[in-house]
Design a protein around this ligand. Structure first.
Ligand code: SF4
Length: 492
């Protein structure tokens, strides 16, 4: 979400910049080589985002290739994972020249200006970890964007993104299936509506136990101590610009004060006043208020708009233990009643495999889901996922307090975990001894969770944007297994 704003900031200071998205390039041309491309462009600085821990191996692999081919190019990293493990990355990978921790606008501009002047003294660049004569230096984490900083940014300069038309239409959906054309991906696996992830602000005032982006995690990673909203007029401008590029749906995943939605009530009212027609997919961090639901429906009456709720657990006890905004099942049902009576669609998200979870808690999720399915036709889907070990989350920092065992502590653990050498695709990176009877290791834990997911929580549907009940999900799964087995047998 922030990369285009960084590129735009540089270009407004007469520094040419381009964003290249390797997944997007792969879609356009399976033979695309970033090294060839860099040879043509010959940039002075190459910055790679290492935000999600899943990127750990691939990004470092790319960094090493780039540095060996272009030894005089400055190689920079940023993003949450790089920020959290900045010193370890610098120690283990000499190809990395610098890491910008946390928020990057002012740091990347200052760093770039200094490097382009041919200077090497980087002491003044905020948030930078860098090398000087073989030593690793850590500059203070002194830049955290305030409202004026955020208001100055432009998040919609798509011309700075190579092949941006494909990005707008085919990326930004929940997932992309390889082996299927981009058009089929759009029609089958996406909500069939180009979706823009709308930047509204930064920060979260609470800390869920699994989250690497909550209050305490952000304080460590970015030095951010509070929530900052973008001014409403700037958000409106972003919406208008994104619409002009062909976006239709706006995904909002920033709801720091669910019980006090003043900001959204004002934003929605301005959207109505400006007669903007758009769809909205709003992820509520807690439970939306009655006023919010009413205003949401008035502003986004379209068929693709919905509010997503994440009860996560089935019991009040588990929500209080883990969620920053816990609520009771009774309050959840009251909200679902309000959503139903206002004609607002919604989707629900749950999770299993949490610390302190018992069989009884799982049983409560099953009961709750079944009661919601039978009472609320406006609930379009119920999905149950497992959670992975996120750097900087409370589970990661204090596994013993949560009774969690993990093999993922350091950056190199994540690096090897995602190297493809382990069967890590569905591995969560943690396990809970005694979660199920007789489970003695991470494999036993993951197998037990997978069995439970298949049996009680399967939601796969032939049209991936929809979700099935567990019964029909399992039938579809059996059928597609049979299809692939037969196909393999015929090939043989
Ligand atoms: S509400 Fe919880 S999960 Fe969402 S960002 Fe905040 S801490 Fe993370």
């Amino acid at each position: 979400m922030g990369l285009l704003a960084l590129a735009d900031l540089l270009t407004r200071h007469q520094i040419s910049a381009e964003v290249v998205h390797l997944g997007l390039e792969w879609i356009e041309n399976h033979q695309f080589s970033i090294l060839h491309y860099l040879r043509e462009k010959n940039p002075r600085i190459i910055a790679l985002d290492l935000h999600w821990h899943h990127q750990s191996y691939d990004v470092m692999n790319m960094v090493q290739k780039i540095k060996s081919e272009f030894p005089s190019t400055y190689v920079l990293l940023g993003g949450y994972t790089a920020s959290f493990f900045h010193e370890e990355i610098m120690k283990n990978f000499v190809s990395v020249d610098g890491v910008i921790r946390g928020e990057a606008e002012q740091p990347i501009l200052e760093l770039t200006q200094i490097l382009l002047q041919g200077k090497e003294d980087l002491f003044s660049v905020p948030n930078l970890t860098w090398r000087r004569k073989g030593r690793i230096l850590v500059n203070p984490l002194s830049y955290v964007a305030n409202e004026e900083d955020l208001n100055r940014l432009t998040f919609t300069n798509f011309h700075l993104l190579k092949n941006y038309q494909t990005y707008i239409r085919f990326i930004g959906q929940p997932f992309y299936v390889k082996g299927v054309s981009k058009e089929r991906n759009f029609w089958i696996y996406s909500p069939r509506s180009p979706t823009y992830h709308l930047p509204l602000g930064r920060g979260c005032p609470v800390q869920c136990t699994w989250c690497g982006g909550g209050r305490s995690a952000q304080e460590i990673i970015s030095g951010r101590k509070g929530v900052t909203f973008r001014g409403i007029e700037y958000v409106l401008q972003t919406i208008q610009e994104a619409l002009s590029y062909g976006y239709e749906t706006f995904h909002i995943c920033f709801d720091p004060y669910p019980s006090n939605p003043e900001y959204f009530l004002e934003l929605f009212s301005e959207i109505r006043k400006s007669k903007i027609r758009m769809e909205c997919l709003f992820e509520s961090f807690g439970l939306p208020t009655h006023e919010f639901i009413h205003s949401f429906k008035e502003t986004f009456p379209g068929p693709k708009s919905l509010i997503a709720l994440s009860p996560d657990a089935g019991s009040n006890r588990m929500r209080s233990l883990h969620k920053g905004y816990p609520y009771s099942n009774q309050a959840l049902m009251e909200t679902l009643n309000q959503l139903k009576s206002n004609g607002v669609f919604c989707e629900l998200f749950f999770t299993i495999g949490l610390p302190f979870e018992t069989q009884n808690d799982i049983y409560e999720i099953i009961q709750l889901q079944s009661s919601i399915r039978s009472r609320y036709p406006n609930v379009r889907g119920i999905r149950t996922f497992t959670i992975e070990m996120e750097p900087g989350s409370p589970w990661h920092l204090h596994p013993e307090s949560y009774g969690v065992k993990s093999q993922l502590h350091h950056f190199m653990d994540y690096y090897y975990h995602h190297s493809g050498q382990n069967r890590c695709f569905s591995s969560l990176g943690y396990w809970i001894p005694g979660y199920v009877k007789g489970n003695k290791d991470s494999q036993g834990f993951e197998k037990a969770l997978q069995k439970m997911k298949c049996h009680y929580f399967c939601f796969i549907h032939p049209i991936a944007r929809r979700s099935s009940t567990p019964f029909w999900g399992r039938r579809f799964c059996d059928l597609s297994n049979l299809f692939w087995k037969t196909k393999r047998w015929i090939r043989k």
